[in-house]
Design a protein around this ligand. Structure first.
Ligand code: NAP
Length: 254
């Protein structure tokens, strides 16, 4: 099958392209530096020629409220229009568990807008809702700084390894469209502040992590369970400690 991966050079996209190729598919990595820009439409028609499936794992370069909304609205519109013209039979998009509960956040309003366009389009689709990636924990600390300390809300989450995200999205891409949402998550629940603290400790990052009931998540107020998936989520295999050991090994080898 020809499968075009929009954002195919990113964290999830590059892993996904490799996995699809290992399974014998013609996977095309589409991104600005491979000549495909979903914001401008450049290279899109050519890349989609003969494609059965398009998987969108792109992300906005800017997370500022209006920039991120413009990115997901414009690029999703361009993508769906080009897919209709090319006769694509399945649009898969990666989004986030709890997106519909996070509309106080500009980033999540943009993901809600992306999902709405997909649901209203004529292209059969599957929206994959993933929990936070282990790889994102340091980035989460970086955007949660107040006066030099990391302030995080007192909530539960069930994060997963990017590799497991790519495996799950790859399986979903070659299955028939569900015209709905599939949730994927990690095998264990944690408190958000505890896991970020453990990640920073492993990186020897001295920043203090504070569990702050008033802290927001990407601009949104959370309750204890906002970030948790439902009971039917498909669970990845990789446990946090295993991932931590593997990523330390990779850093040492490099
Ligand atoms: N972080 C999390 O914990 C988490 C959890 C659940 C779901 N998600 C979702 O997962 C998705 C992928 O995240 P990621 O961390 O893998 O992203 P990433 O590593 O930042 O990669 C983003 C990709 O999008 C491409 N891109 C940017 N602008 C583009 C454009 N105009 N046209 C085409 N491609 C463009 C980038 O290409 P260049 O490199 O060439 O710019 C890159 O390949 C996001 O939609 C996010 O909402 C994230």
């Amino acid at each position: 099958m020809k499968i075009v991966v929009i954002g195919g050079t990113g964290l999830i996209g590059s892993k996904l392209v490799n996995k699809l190729r290992e399974h014998g598919h013609e996977a095309v990595a589409a991104a600005p530096n491979t000549g495909v820009n979903t914001l401008t439409g450049e290279g899109l028609a050519e890349a989609l020629k003969g494609a059965s499936v398009v998987v969108d794992v792109s992300n906005s370069p800017s997370w500022e409220d209006s920039a991120v909304l413009k990115f997901f609205e414009t690029s999703t519109r361009n993508l769906l229009t080009s897919e209709a013209a090319a006769g694509v039979g399945h649009h898969v998009a990666l989004s986030v568990v709890g997106t519909d509960r996070l509309s106080e956040s500009g980033y999540f309003r943009a993901k809600i807008a992306q999902e709405k366009l997909i649901k209203e389009s004529s292209i059969p689709y599957t929206i994959v809702h993933a929990t936070q990636f282990f790889e994102f924990l340091k980035g989460l600390a970086d955007v949660s700084i107040v006066e030099g300390k990391v302030h995080l809300p007192l909530v539960l989450f069930q994060p997963m390894a990017a590799d497991d995200v790519a495996t799950a999205v790859g399986r979903i891409a070659v299955d028939p469209p569900v015209n709905g949402i599939v949730e994927i998550a990690g095998p264990e629940q944690f408190r958000l502040d505890e896991l970020v603290r453990r990640r920073l400790a492993a990186l020897k990052d001295p920043r203090e992590v504070i569990a702050d009931p008033k802290a927001l998540y990407s601009g949104a107020k959370l309750n204890e369970r906002t970030l948790l998936p439902g009971n039917n989520a498909r669970l990845g295999e990789t446990r946090f400690e295993t991932w931590l050991t593997q990523s330390a090994g990779k850093i040492a080898a490099a």
